[in-house]
Design a binder for this molecule. Structure first.
Ligand code: NAD
Length: 294
């Protein structure tokens, strides 16, 4: 089977260029730029990289953006108070708090403090609830990006068996919800597998579509998938690689080299889901801006 690449990098670039054009038109007509504030607490290297990438993407799209870098030792009260002041600032459209937060801060409380009209990460309980009900809302960026990728590549999902590996609130669960929704893409029959699932291969072998989001390097192997499967690899795992100058390389949750020959479509890592996540964040921020402009 000839496997086709679902090129998240190119698709994301196309979406970001569409957004940039829209912003240029807004600004040309005297409007203000859409704006995003990201809060980064502490010095987690992965979080710093993610936030830097988001900041760069915002600048390229013509958004105004700011990163509030806070000390690891900030109190929960101080963080909540900052969120409260950003909620009130009418010039700020979107607010994201980079996760994970230090242990002494209650993540749920912090997310719940964000005004849902600025919740461009789609993590607020109101956004999650609306998504569950199929109402218009901010969708979490990673599953949203995957839906966009499936849509733009016109992958047939109707009536297909989709196995989602992982049940996190930011990827696995919302992914399963969106794929099982009525619509295109959607209308899948979805199975969620997680850390307590017995014999995962018995599910993945019957899957037409697999979304792997568990955070275990190269977990999905060739003998776990059937011929013609569509594989979406969400995992971003750093593994030791002494052939690289950095001493490491990034791999997904899928053993790409052995699995790809059996696939009809597959996302690479890097260059698959990651760039789509950023594109979705920009789309959500523009949506927040436009909702306010109405
Ligand atoms: P998480 O740690 O919150 O959740 C992992 C999930 O995997 C859990 O639901 C758990 O039940 C399941 N799991 C763990 N071990 C398992 C096993 N042996 N078999 C089956 N299921 C198992 O992770 P997350 O935040 O959902 O992220 C998952 C992966 O996706 C990570 O590698 C993360 O870095 C990556 N990620 C990538 C993007 C992106 O933009 N590409 C965005 C978010 C997360």
């Amino acid at each position: 089977m000839k496997c086709k690449i679902l090129d998240g990098k190119a698709t994301s670039a196309a979406i970001r260029s569409e957004i940039k054009d829209k912003v240029e038109t807004i600004v040309k007509n005297g409007g203000r730029r859409p704006s995003l504030v990201a809060i980064l607490v502490g010095n987690n290297p992965a979080s710093r990289t993610y936030v830097a990438n988001k900041e760069k993407a915002c600048a390229e799209a013509g958004f105004a953006s700011e990163v509030k870098r806070l000390s690891e030792n900030i109190t929960e009260e101080e963080l909540l108070s900052l969120i409260c002041s950003i909620n009130k600032d009418t010039n700020i459209d979107g607010l994201i708090v980079q996760l994970p937060l230090p242990k002494h801060i209650d993540e749920h409380k912090v997310i719940a403090a964000i005004n849902p009209i600025k919740d461009v990460d789609g993590f607020h309980p109101v956004s999650a609830g609306r998504m569950m009900l199929g109402e218009d809302t901010f969708l979490p960026a990673t599953p949203m990006g995957i839906m966009t990728l499936l849509e733009r590549y016109e992958i047939d999902t109707k009536g297909k068996h989709c196995v989602v590996l992982g049940r996190s609130n930011i990827v696995g669960r919302p992914m399963a919800n969106l794929l099982s929704r009525k619509g295109t893409p959607g209308d899948c029959t979805v199975t969620i597998c997680h850390s307590r699932t017995k014999d995962i291969a018995s599910y993945t072998k019957t899957a037409d579509i697999i979304v792997a989001a568990i955070g275990i390097p190269l977990f999905l192997k060739e003998d776990m998938v059937k011929e013609g499967v569509v594989v979406i690899d969400v995992g971003i795992n750093s593994v030791e690689d002494n052939t690289r100058k950095s001493g490491y390389r990034l791999v997904g949750d899928v053993d790409y080299d052995s699995v790809a020959p059996k696939c009809s479509y597959i996302t690479p890592v890097p260059g698959g889901v990651g760039p789509m996540t950023i594109a979705s964040l920009l789309q959500n921020t523009l949506k927040a801006y436009e909702a306010k402009a109405l």
